[in-house]
Structures are given as structure tokens and as C-alpha cells.
Design a protein around this ligand. Structure first.
Ligand code: NAD
Length: 433
């Protein structure tokens, strides 16, 4: 049976639904935007008062959502708040809070626990709670459910509960929330049905998994697959260099195969909120439950985490071949974000590259069209103003992120030495990873 709030929504359409989205970050805000666009009434619940203030004033703090788009959301009735009592109005509550690693590189679910505890006392009968944060299998049933139940709700009777992983890809303009299929797994059939119905208002294709654990694990499989394949090409890049083989040419040739192969590219390390973090959630759970290592994940982690040191070693060798010593060199880092054409610096390998270069004695500067200030261990790194002049003056320029603003071939032509960790240069003036 569909609970009253969802039956009403089915009859009257999205305008009859009120949803609270908990966490208005890289995932929660674009989700709010998609739902508002579909006509759903959205309230953004956020612990950071500065973000709430900015959103309500029509300003964005997320690359993928422009100020004008937030202003349009506000005009359409969207509001943000730090007050969890708004949950009392919600037919649906979607949790999109961070799931980082602790200092010991273990899952840190404190934000999921905190968010669930904050909404639980206010949930109305029939409300649907959906967890979107990336997490290890069992979280919905074993962490979220008990918190809801300790507030007096019987899950499956008073409130519904499901897991639906976010697949947002910051900066991707081809695959949007609407055009990316959404996986849903509920704790029971009613929860799954209500969740499918909710997302169907603004996602073209909603796919049901057998349950919450399958939906949780599907997300981890997707990111672990990327993590492992990136590690594979990173290791190949190292071997190919030693063997005198151009790994970029190898990949370009291999990717002409129309089936059975997907191209991944080497780089200075993995960054962002997902790839360096999520596979650890899976290996943690395998080790905790089964007492066994998830060997693929652990090997991939070792290889990918070793890339910044390998990049620095290649810079050292490249300088030495030109008669320069890294310990007295000026090194200009080009692009310090974890992906091209966005400003997100979370877990960017550029930080480790910069730290290792400084530890070796080099003078490090940076340029990034998306980043105005950049810090290493709390100390600001000098941002060069005139890119062309800085590339001409530096002993080594290192392309860490291939933002579209960079004409890498032209920069390589000016540079004493340009090391291209992204394999985008084409003229032979640069040295590629
Ligand atoms: N960023 C991505 O590309 C991406 C993609 C897929 C999945 N995910 C997953 O989605 C989840 C959220 O990631 P994100 O990138 O949006 O993080 P984020 O840091 O950009 O945003 C999370 C927001 O939640 C807020 N918050 C924290 N605790 C809260 C609470 N108790 N109540 C209300 N608000 C709270 C924070 O202040 C922050 O603004 C994570 O599990 C992440 O792994 C992220």
C-alpha cells in the first residue's frame, strides 16, 4: 500500500510533494535543482549557516550550479535552512552528507549518523527517507534504520527507507541527473516503490536493485572499477616509460576496439571525493566482516598513492637531463584541481606533488584558472599572474590538470622543460608521463 503522502503525490503530481534534502553540497544542491525544476517543493537542510545564507540570497557554492540557477530555484519556492524541524513538512527526506575517511583511513559515518538523528524526531507518518551518501553495504539497514527506530518509528510501517546512490559527475555536461539512470533499493517493496516514484519525477530511468545492500554495493563496484583501472594504466605508464613505449599511443590504439575495452588514462594520482575514498569503504567492510583483504583495492590504492612520488621523480630526472638540480629549481604547477574545468580541489594529488617538491628543496609556484588561492600545510603557495612569462622563467613546468584554458603545445614551446602528466601535448616539445 502506498502511504497517504505518496498516494496524494501520485494523484496530484510533483507539486504536491515536499522534499527535504539534507546536505546542500556537490550532490545535494544539483539534486535540489533537478527536483525543483520538476515542480517538487524543496527545502535544503544544511548545517553550515554561511551556505544557507548564500543559497537563500540566490548564490551558489558548487561548480555545477550557477548563481542564476540558484536564484531561479529560490524564485520557484526553494529555501535553505539549518532548522531540522522543517522535516515535519516532508513527504520525502533525502540524505546527501559527506562520507569521508577517518585519520586511520576507515569509514567516517558521523555525518550520516548526525543527519539521521537530526531528522528522526520530526518525520511525519508515511514519510520516505532515502540515503544517497556513498557508504559500505549494510549502512542503511544497520546504521540509519536503528536511529529512526530509536526515535519511535517502525520502519516499513510508519516510515519508509531506501538507498539510492548518487552518480553525479561534477563538470559533466552530457550526463545530467535526468539522463543518468538512478539505482534504488528499499528495505521493503513499499519503500522501493515510493522511492522509484519520487525519482521518476525528474530522472528518465530508475532501476531497482534487490535491496539496500545491492544498491550500496553497486555504487562501490562502479567506483572500485574506476580506481582499479586507473591503477592499471598508472602502473603501465611506469613500465612503458622504462621500456621506451609511448603509453598514450598504446591507449589510443587500444581504444579503437569497439567492444570489450574501456580506455582509462594515467595521471599524477587520483583525486576527488569518490575514487580515492569509496573503494576503502568496500575493503573495510570485507576485512571487518570476513577478516580478509580486498586485494585488488589494496593494490590499486598502493599504486595510485605512489603516483605523486613517481611524478616528482620524473621531474627530478627531467631536470637532471637538462643539467638542473631539483633541489635548486623553480617548479611551476599548472592546474591543481582534481578534474579539468572545475574548481574542486578535494583530495587533489597536486597537494602531494607540491609537498614532495618543496621537501626536495624546489621553489614551487602554481597557476590554475579555477583557483585563486592555494595552500600547502596552511602556507600559501605563490600563484603566478602572467602564465606565459612564468612558464618561460620556470626551470620546470608541470601540467597536473589539463584545463581547457591551457594551450599545452604553445606552453611547451615556451618552456625550458614541460612535463605533461595528462598526455595532452602533441608536438614533442613536452615530455609526457
Ligand atoms: N561530489 C561528488 O562528485 C559525489 C558523487 C557521487 C557521490 N558522492 C557522495 O555523496 C555524498 C555527499 O558528497 P558531497 O560531494 O555532496 O559532499 P559536500 O561536502 O559537497 O556536501 C555535503 C554537505 O552536507 C553538509 N552536512 C554535513 N552534515 C550535515 C548534517 N548533519 N545535516 C545537514 N547538512 C550536513 C555539509 O555542510 C556539506 O555542505 C558523499 O557520500 C559522497 O561520497 C559525491
Amino acid at each position: 500500500m502506498i502511504p497517504p503522502s505518496h498516494r496524494e503525490a501520485a494523484v496530484f503530481g510533483p507539486a504536491a510533494i515536499t522534499a527535504v534534502i539534507v546536505g546542500q553540497g556537490y550532490v545535494g544542491l544539483p539534486l535540489a535543482q533537478a527536483a525543483v525544476t520538476a515542480g517538487i517543493r524543496i527545502i535544503g537542510l544544511e548545517t553550515r549557516a554561511d551556505i544557507v545564507e548564500r543559497l537563500n540570497a540566490g548564490g551558489s557554492h558548487v561548480d555545477d550550479v550557477a548563481d542564476t540557477e540558484v536564484a531561479a530555484m529560490v524564485a520557484a519556492g526553494y529555501t535553505a535552512t539549518t532548522d531540522a524541524s522543517v522535516v515535519a513538512e516532508a513527504d520525502v527526506v533525502v540524505i546527501c552528507v559527506p562520507t569521508p575517511l577517518s585519520g586511520l583511513r576507515e569509514p567516517d559515518l558521523s555525518a550520516i549518523r548526525g543527519a539521521t538523528a537530526s531528522i528522526a524526531p520530526h518525520l511525519k507518518p508515511g514519510a520516505l527517507v532515502v540515503l544517497e551518501s556513498t557508504t559500505y553495504p549494510g549502512t542503511t539497514e544497520e546504521v540509519v534504520r536503528p536511529i529512526l527506530e530509536s526515535a519511535g518509528h517502525v520502519v516499513g510501517r510508519d516510515v519508509l527507507l531506501a538507498y539510492s546512490p548518487e552518480r553525479i559527475d561534477p563538470g559533466n555536461t552530457v550526463y545530467t541527473i535526468a539522463s543518468t539512470p538512478k539505482i534504488v533499493g528499499g528495505v521493503d517493496e513499499r519503500s522501493t516503490a515510493a522511492t522509484v516514484e519520487f525519482y521518476s519525477h525528474f530522472v528518465d530511468r530508475v532501476v531497482t536493485a534487490r535491496g539496500t545492500r545491492e544498491a550500496e554495493t553497486a555504487k562501490l563496484l562502479e567506483n572500485t572499477y574506476r580506481h582499479i583501472n586507473i591503477a592499471l594504466v598508472n602502473e603501465m605508464a611506469r613500465f612503458c616509460h622504462e621500456l621506451g613505449i609511448d603509453v598514450w599511443d598504446v591507449i589510443a590504439a587500444a581504444e579503437t576496439k569497439p567492444f570489450g575495452f574501456q580506455a582509462f588514462r594515467p595521471g599524477p594520482g587520483v583525486g576527488g571525493h569518490c575514487i580515492p575514498i569509496d573503494p576503502n569503504y568496500l575493503s573495510y567492510e570485507v576485512r571487518r566482516r570476513l577478516g580478509e583483504p580486498f586485494r585488488f583495492v589494496e593494490l590499486a590504492e598502493e599504486i595510485n598513492r605512489g603516483m605523486p612520488a613517481y611524478v616528482v621523480e620524473r621531474i627530478r630526472r627531467g631536470l637532471a637531463a637538462r643539467g638542473r638540480d631539483l633541489t635548486a629549481a623553480t617548479v611551476l604547477l599548472l592546474g591543481v584541481t582534481y578534474k579539468p574545468d572545475i574548481s574542486d580541489q578535494r583530495e587533489s594529488p597536486a597537494i602531494e606533488v607540491a609537498g614532495l617538491l618543496k621537501a626536495a628543496g624546489a621553489v614551487v609556484t602554481f597557476h590554475d584558472p579555477w583557483v585563486s588561492t592555494w595552500h600547502l600545510d596552511g602556507q600559501p603557495i605563490e600563484r603566478v599572474g602572467d602564465l606565459n612569462a612564468a612558464v618561460t622563467e620556470a626551470d620546470a613546468s608541470v601540467l597536473l590538470q589539463a584545463h581547457r584554458e591551457y594551450d599545452v603545445d604553445a606552453l611547451a614551446h615556451r618552456a625550458a622543460y614541460l612535463f605533461d602528466t595528462r598526455g595532452v601535448s602533441t608536438t614533442g616539445d613536452a615530455e609526457r608521463l
